[in-house]
Design a protein. Sequence first.
Length: 312
Amino acid sequence: MVKERVEVIVPATTANLGPGFDCMGAALQLYNHFQFREIPAGLSIHYRGSDPISQGKDNLVYRAFCRAFELLDKPVPGVEIEITLNVPLARGLGSSATAIVGGLLGANALGSLNLASETLLQLAIVLEGHPDNVVPALQGGCQLCVQGQQGQWVFCPVEWHERIGIVAAVPNFKLSTQAAREILPKSVSLADTVFSSSHLGLLIRSLQSGRVDWLRVALQDRLHQPARMELIPGFKAVQEAALAAGAYGVVISGAGPTLLAFCAPEEREGVGAAMVSAWAQLGIEAEAKPLSLDWQGGRVIIHSRDEELSER
């Protein structure tokens, strides 16, 4: 089969989940699509979506695409990339992780590089700087990412009970990851460290068991959310509205400003509407997205030349 076009589908992700700062994330059923086609030379990027992106060599999808070839000391081919954006940029839903994973999977398939999944994971982490978004984007599900003393990574899937639903409230303003990192404290107390580790353990058990009484406590955090909520106008009002509508808890999705509410699956619509309404009262437009976990992760579809001809 002669490859004519490689299609890559990558899920959005939500990272941290409260106390899982920089080590835990989950893939969501919201997707960016990337198509790669080899051309004689150069680079051509086209995109569909409301947020503008670079169409030059600094485009993150292309940078990841090139990195896969560079690892094997192979020349980077000319490529046409078509990008369909459904994951909003700079909102805390892993848009950069979708670009990195999309570029790596596209290069691996189009160039027949045969890079192992573990190698792709390591490349993605280096490009992103931390694992909590790229690992679930590649592997799907909820993932705990732990680095050993020698620098090696261990990835542990976390079970997610079917009675725990989520809804993302996405406001119409952006928040840069850099700004969200710069506001973090440079050190934390021993008491806050113990608080964080105990709550992360409880979060994992509550997600596995579906114990919502545990979950209400587990979602509390002292590492990143107290500082970052100051960057999100209306955080308290939206949080209180979600809890009043039946949510078990509300966390910042990734670096924000998207807020993620945990609730019973049948309560997602009502909780989302309450969050949107709370922001609206402050003059801020937002969209509620009731979401489920994606369990497959990034996937590749190879279209042959024969298929292309038959479509035409």
